[in-house]
Design a protein. Structure first.
Length: 313
């Protein structure tokens, strides 16, 4: 009996995703194969989904926060679909669901409500929302195959991604069937290889909290890591500007933005105050954008003015 119980435990562990408690890829294949052997004459629906901008969440907030988002999504999957559904985390931020004995028409409203459901996690003592993209397809007993069902659902998800994310689409044969590949680079890949210092901060006159800084920005300010930058600046962008220039610099930025002449761009030169108290002249090119996660924020390139002048001479 003990050996049998241990065998069941090991079998469950080998088929279950450790983080979310859903089936893993192997467990999903086993459950789907068993189901189709008994119910090959029934319709079913396959749903493929993932988290929008998941690399952004991992890069900005850390992998432990990304794991929280995955678990939150897994919980909403459990609560949104029938208990007899096959629920799987297939890898990374990708999930797959089989709705038994139903058609796309039957499941459409349920899938749409699931897609639009608000989801959020706590990071840096703030609530951050996140969205998902969903594609789904139907198995037809007369002419379908399980392999094609999975491909069709993934194709529908791919088409959501190329349309702009945060949507759900039912597969149709006219969809772009290009094999899905990673759509973009991780934030860390881009930011660490930009030819200059880059910083993101909130575009609010009362709250200019720093949200992100790349390695070049840390080097420019004389900080060894992001936490050190946050401690040094009290998380405020204005604190990297020399004290007697702050008011004029902020006024100049907002004057340019409010003038609406530069497509939400601003251009500035100021003295950057480093952590050790030294000051260097810099050039600043900022752009105001609206972020789904943060509202209005500034993306800013900062360049060492003396270094540029030296290289040009």
């Amino acid at each position: 009996m003990v050996l049998q119980a241990n065998g069941i435990i090991l079998q469950n562990l080998s088929s279950t995703d450790n983080l979310t408690g859903l089936l893993n890829r192997n467990g999903f294949q086993e459950h789907l194969t068993k189901y189709m052997k008994k119910h090959s004459n029934e319709h079913c629906v396959c749903i493929a989904l993932d988290i929008d901008d998941f690399k952004f969440i991992n890069d900005l907030f850390g992998h432990s926060t990304g794991d929280k988002a995955l678990c939150i999504l897994a919980d909403t999957i459990r609560s949104s679909f029938p208990k007899n559904s096959i629920l799987c985390r297939s890898g990374g931020d990708e999930f797959c669901i089989i709705l038994k004995n139903c058609t796309c028409k039957d499941a459409k409203a349920q899938i749409e409500a699931f897609t639009d459901m608000p989801r959020s996690f706590i990071a840096s003592n703030q609530t951050q929302s996140f969205n998902i993209s969903v594609g789904y397809a139907q198995y037809n007993p007369d002419d379908g195959s399980v392999e094609q069902l999975l491909i069709d659902a993934d194709t529908a998800l791919y088409n959501v991604k190329i349309k702009g994310k945060h949507e759900c689409l039912e597969f149709n044969p006219n969809m772009n069937k290009k094999i899905r590949t990673p759509l973009g680079f991780a934030l860390s890949d881009i930011s660490e290889n930009l030819p200059g210092a880059f910083i993101i901060y909130k575009a609010d006159k009362k709250d200019d909290s720093i949200l992100f800084a790349n390695k070049e920005m840390l080097n420019l300010t004389g900080c060894s890591n992001f936490d050190e930058l946050i401690d040094y600046t009290s998380r405020s962008f204005r604190n990297i500007i020399k004290e007697d220039e702050r008011e004029a610099a902020e006024e100049n930025i907002w004057k340019q933005i409010n003038a609406l002449e530069n497509d939400n761009n601003d251009y500035l030169s100021f003295s950057l105050k480093r952590k050790d108290g030294t000051v260097i002249p810099v050039l600043d090119h900022g752009r105001l954008i609206n972020s789904r996660h943060y509202g209005n924020i500034f993306y800013v390139f900062i360049i060492d003015h003396d270094l540029v002048r030296k290289c040009l001479n």
